[in-house]
Design a protein around this ligand. Structure first.
Ligand SMILES: [Fe+2]
Length: 447
């Protein structure tokens, strides 16, 4: 099981691709060989190995189905529960993010090891399902049981973000930093939340100070931690959209992103790497990177979750970002509008029929786990299929707003207004939205 744990974490860390990483490939093959040789393997252990194989094939959704099978017979299996929850985050399966905990929570009690972690996990699931009051209650309950529980801290930060309590959120994280910053895996991400609070309230200096002190240095220490890397890219890109000049900071991330540019394991990561190539002004690198996604897709004999999300979202959004940074704002808007139209009306809404058309009947059968992600239930967040949280994907909403505002076409200006109004509905209290609305008004007046 140690091998399963190690390799599953490697997959869910989205750090490397066994197709290109020889060491990772060998580690996986060793795990499968040991599983075959060990006649004493339990049914539960065999299922964990099966789930690993699905991750290896590029079907995290299918792996999550196996972890749920394990949880049906072993509801307190912490590995199955945690891996399933992580997979739902990466897949954008919002309902399962909460549902996976709800399905087993009555079998957990304070006597079960790691019991207290369920509060933070469920709180995050509730938050992504817009149940903010319940999310806040659960996160605070989790912190009452364990003040160092970074998952509860993180869930509470998400609540404050989504309900527009940026001052309260920043104060909470500043005051509790000693409780959570030693939690290695997640602490950089919680600092990211604090930086986002500060960008929202217009304190770019404080956001940049957090980046320089708490986020940037971690990338130097551990450049293979993708969660930290995407957070670094995201903070810089958000600040750049706000008009802060950060070319040197972007340049500092180039080698890290280049080292993972050919991983092609997660569309969400690809889009963040692209932010660095674009933000640093290296348009040739940016174009080469987008070309590398196209080349990778054209050489893959079988569709999987990465190829699907890249074809339907990643590539179009990448091309829109390229166009924006080259000053072709109208083209950028048309590219992301085309993507949004397809998600709303086209392939995503057709269920099996649409999936089979894209992947062929055989792959569609094995990719049933994709259906949840492609349902058009995403009433406002059109790129949910690329995974991540509502707060993380907001950077793409901001990009679309900026592209529309910069376009000279009146219909694109109207779209910018619509997108800003949508953002206002999602987050009624948002100084960032107010700033952009004021900017749009002055742009419209000047034209
Ligand atoms: Fe988060």
């Amino acid at each position: 099981m140690g091998h399963v744990l190690l390799n599953s974490i490697q997959f869910l860390g989205t750090t490397s691709n066994p197709l290109t990483n020889k060491e990772f490939r060998e580690s996986l093959d060793l795990t499968y060989r040991l599983a075959i040789e060990n006649v004493n393997l339990s049914e539960r252990e065999k299922l964990h190995v099966d789930a690993l194989r699905k991750l290896d094939e590029g079907f995290m959704g299918k792996a999550s189905t196996i972890w749920e099978r394990i949880l049906q017979s072993h509801p307190t299996d912490p590995l199955a529960l945690k891996l399933a929850a992580e997979s739902y985050f990466y897949l954008g399966y919002k309902r399962d993010l909460k549902g996976s905990i709800e399905r087993v929570q009555d079998k957990w009690s304070p006597q079960v090891p790691y019991w207290h972690f369920l509060f933070g996990m469920k709180a995050f699931g509730c938050c992504e399902n817009e149940e903010y009051e319940e999310a806040e209650r659960l996160a605070k309950e989790g912190l009452k049981h364990l003040r160092n529980d970074i998952w509860s801290t993180h869930a509470l930060a998400h609540v404050y973000e989504m309900i527009g309590q940026f001052n309260l959120g920043a104060k909470f994280l500043d005051e509790t930093v000693d409780d959570w910053q030693s939690c290695n895996l997640m602490s950089c991400h919680v600092h990211w939340h604090n930086a986002v609070f500060n960008i929202e309230r217009g304190d770019h200096g404080r956001a940049l100070a957090i980046y320089d002190a708490k986020i940037g240095p971690r990338i130097q220490e551990d450049p293979d931690n993708m969660l930290n890397v995407v957070d670094a890219c995201s903070i810089l890109y958000r600040l750049m959209l706000e008009g802060v000049d950060l070319k040197d900071r972007f340049c500092g991330l180039i080698s890290t992103c280049e080292n993972h540019a050919n991983d092609h394991v997660y569309t969400f990561n690809d889009l963040h790497f692209l932010m660095v190539f674009l933000g640093s002004g290296h348009r040739v690198k940016a174009r080469q990177f987008v070309q590398s996604i196209e080349d990778y897709l054209s050489t893959q004999p079988h569709a999987n979750e990465y190829t699907m999300t890249s074809r339907l979202v990643g590539l179009k959004l990448s091309r829109a970002m390229l166009a924006y940074h080259e000053g072709f704002y109208e083209e950028a808007v048309e590219l992301f509008r085309e993507m949004m139209k397809e998600i709303q009306e086209g392939k995503f809404g057709k269920g099996r029929e649409g999936l089979e058309k894209e992947m062929g009947p055989k792959e569609a059968k094995s990719g049933e786990g994709l259906f949840g992600a492609f349902q058009p239930s995403i009433k406002r967040d059109l790129v949910v299929v690329i995974g991540g949280s509502d707060a993380q994907r907001d950077v793409f909403a901001q990009f679309c707003i900026h592209a529309s505002m910069n376009s000279k076409k009146p219909e694109h200006q109207s779209l910018a207004r619509d997108l800003l109004q949508q953002r206002k509905i999602i987050k009624p209290i948002s100084p960032l939205t107010d700033r952009l609305m004021a900017k749009l008004q002055s742009c419209t007046r000047d034209r």
